[in-house]
Design a protein around this ligand. Structure first.
Ligand code: ZN
Length: 185
């Protein structure tokens, strides 16, 4: 890989180069992954390193934004995939999900960015869609009380669930259940 190619990757925030090299910026004293969204450095200020340890040894500090200090190489798509798996498994347990984010070693903001790039929506929107889908299923396929359904898709109170449902569907859970039951009979 030539330095020109590496610089090109930096300028394009090319995530395919993440893990292949790191770049440090002399004027800021910070080193980054190629995909980092930070300000584009001037060519003459950039130094390239094979790995994070070399960059650190040369006196550069890891970037807080792209977490260039994390040892494992995680391409961004992989992170988005992990987050999605997490949401699929844990969408009804908000607190566990936040712990999971911490384990990934990424800031919440960064995770949102990565997720949005991969799936075109925020993790929150994705999670809401999962909740709504499950709530609709329970409303039409079971006789569970609405309050139980609310709890099982992760809402602490009936009022919150009702508000959420109405915002998404334009009717209350009870109305939705009635309407859809009616159609099925
Ligand atoms: Zn960075």
């Amino acid at each position: 890989m030539t330095e020109d190619e590496m610089y090109e990757a930096v300028v394009n925030n090319d995530g395919n180069y993440d893990g292949l090299f790191f770049y440090a910026v002399k004027s800021t004293g910070i080193f980054c992954r190629p995909s980092c969204q930070s300000k584009k450095p001037l060519r003459e200020n950039v130094r390239f390193f094979k790995n994070a340890a070399d960059a650190k040894a040369a006196g550069f500090r890891p970037c807080k934004r792209c977490r260039s200090d994390l040892l494992s190489y995680r391409p961004m798509e992989k992170i988005a995939e992990l987050v999605k798996q997490h949401l699929d498994d844990l969408y009804e347990q908000q607190s566990t999900w936040n712990d999971g984010l911490r384990e990934l070693g990424l800031s919440q903001r960064r995770v949102v960015e990565v997720f949005k790039t991969a799936y075109g929506m925020t993790p929150k929107a994705y999670m809401d869609a999962l909740k709504l889908k499950e709530a609709k299923r329970l409303l039409t396929e079971t006789d569970d009380h609405v309050i139980n359904i609310a709890a099982s898709v992760g809402f602490g109170s009936l009022a919150t669930f009702n508000r959420f449902f109405k915002e998404q569907m334009g009717c209350s859970p009870v109305q939705y259940r009635k309407a859809n039951r009616g159609n099925q009979v």
